[in-house]
Design a protein around this ligand. Sequence first.
Ligand SMILES: Cc1cc2nc3c(=O)[nH]c(=O)nc-3n(C[C@H](O)[C@H](O)[C@H](O)COP(=O)(O)OP(=O)(O)OC[C@H]3O[C@@H](n4cnc5c(N)ncnc54)[C@H](O)[C@@H]3O)c2cc1C
Length: 446
Amino acid sequence: MPNTERETALLEIANSLIGIEVISDRHQLEKLSLDYYHFSPVLQEQLATKRGELAVRPTTEVEVTQVVQACVQHRMPITVRGAGTGNYGQCIPLTGGVILDLTKMNQIKSLTPGSAIVEPGVKMAAFDKKAREIGWELRMAPSTYRTATIGGFIAGGSVGMGSINYGQISDRGNVRRVKIVTIEEQPQVLDLEGDQVQKVIHGYGTTGIITELEIALAPAYPWREMIVVFDEFMSAARFGQTLSDSSGIVKKLVSVHAAPIPSYFTALQNHLPEGKNAALVMISEYDLGLFRELVKEYNGAITYDKTAIEASKGTSLLEFTWNHTTLHARNLDSNFTYLQTFYFTLERVEQMYHHFGDEALIHLEFLLAGGKAVPAGLQLVRYTTEARLNEIIRFHESEGAFVANPHVYTIEDGGNKQIDRDKVEFKQKIDPHGLLNPGKMRGFEH
Ligand SMILES: Cc1cc2nc3c(=O)[nH]c(=O)nc-3n(C[C@H](O)[C@H](O)[C@H](O)COP(=O)(O)OP(=O)(O)OC[C@H]3O[C@@H](n4cnc5c(N)ncnc54)[C@H](O)[C@@H]3O)c2cc1C
């Protein structure tokens, strides 16, 4: 028997959702309440005990609307969830309530050369398999490609393999249209097109529940996967920059790791001689000649070389790059945490490399920003205290780097740095009671 008003409300919501999967088991709720927030010792302390009180798994937009109606009637918070691989507690319900798990909304509605219309719960690798049948693929994908959902990536992620060609998700044209359900007594279904989609991209699921997405695709190439090792870290970094700048060599991934990071990639140890710095790359098989020339020019040595067909069978090098690098390092030493840094220039990379030494090991991913290939850092930081972590961030900022702090859980305190009035005003309209993922948009809370 429910003994509080809250319990009664939750029970009424559950009972009203006929035909929709409802989960109230405590262990399942615990799993569905958390994400990869634990990469941050700071967030670990703040978020570990947060839990949703009920989870629901709708399969259609109509069912999503029913859940919303029931929740709004009881003023119950809703937190949307894809695969739960976010890093900043993005889908951790700060004030309890209902977890809306959209992994069962996983239909590919249309797939044509250059674009696709999908439901949010479609998994990225599964999508690519289909798209490649017609010679196309996702423009970009995170290293959680095998598990993450397209909806979760658009609402919570930002970059990944392919970003060296297409930049960030939020770059114009990558997401063409989003359909959202609003959080009102009578929920509306809105289609956002053109620049309107920015209200939802990287919005941490605070600005509407995405029920459909139209995304732009890239032509698919046979991607060769290779590791190149270097004696000097800066040779590896310069090689990464030159390769990224070489528009004539078609590539999808340029990931550079200072020693001893390669020693954390347990499964690749046969290809990673001790003490070397490494570049993990994906190159079009049509451009290998010039690529090999470039390797020679920078005194690199290729130690791993898988054809596109071989690479598609085993574990992809992707799963050692982007934030998977942090995952591998933490598997060996959980004291590691990380930062996300735009250095803008290799001079700044070199400065930080010498300044922090073993305390902040440099891991670079190259991506296109403002039309230029730039090195972005996902440095591995040996964590001591929050104060020291903030000092490291401040030093980077004082020297002209931009840090998208992964140790905070609001949109503004992470990458945005400032309140986005457009997003706040939009949220006021579509979620007037502030029920959607409360606590994640500081501008709205204030
Ligand atoms: C090991 C590791 C590596 C990673 N590598 C990368 C990387 O390379 N690039 C990168 O950008 N990120 C990376 N991430 C972060 C994360 O994997 C990606 O952001 C991923 O795309 C999130 O997808 P998801 O389905 O797990 O989303 P979730 O974590 O479930 O959700 C993410 C956010 O989106 C919201 N959301 C989900 N679905 C919807 C919807 N339908 N409507 C509205 N809001 C919604 C949620 O509320 C939440 O705020 C990494 C994380 C880990 C743990």
